[in-house]
Design a protein. Sequence first.
Length: 160
Amino acid sequence: MITHSAHTLSVLIVEDREDVAQSTAELLALHGHTVRVARCGAEALEQTAGGAPDVVLVDIGLPDLDGWTVIRQIRARADDSQPVVVAVTGRCSERDRRASTDAGIDLHLVKPVEPQFLTNLLSRIGDNKSAYLALHTPLAHAPHRGRDQLAPGFDQEPGT
């Protein structure tokens, strides 16, 4: 049974693998979210030129720009409405996680991510986005916190 989030989110999926991008987009659309897909960093920057979505799901290993560079640029030009940024990547070293935190990525997930985990996470973000983002100031003013410093309601695995 598919349940829709109480809050519809705009989500940008930045993923170069067609099958992963398409299946994730279909899953999130079935849960009521508005989804766009970018196949590379340049396309993601083009799609966010008019404003950032609520959530960005970004792969780190993109064919042109790495995901860290993409997020730094999105955050640098976003107004007060910063997105929640989740890395969904195969990179899993502690160095990669630190690089994600340094780039302004809020949560670093390692592929494969269970579909229910992802939909539950987005549901929680929709329910708590303002509280979550209240912990974050724009990247130009202060570093973003990593997964270990999530807002109330985000400090547990979704569904727990």
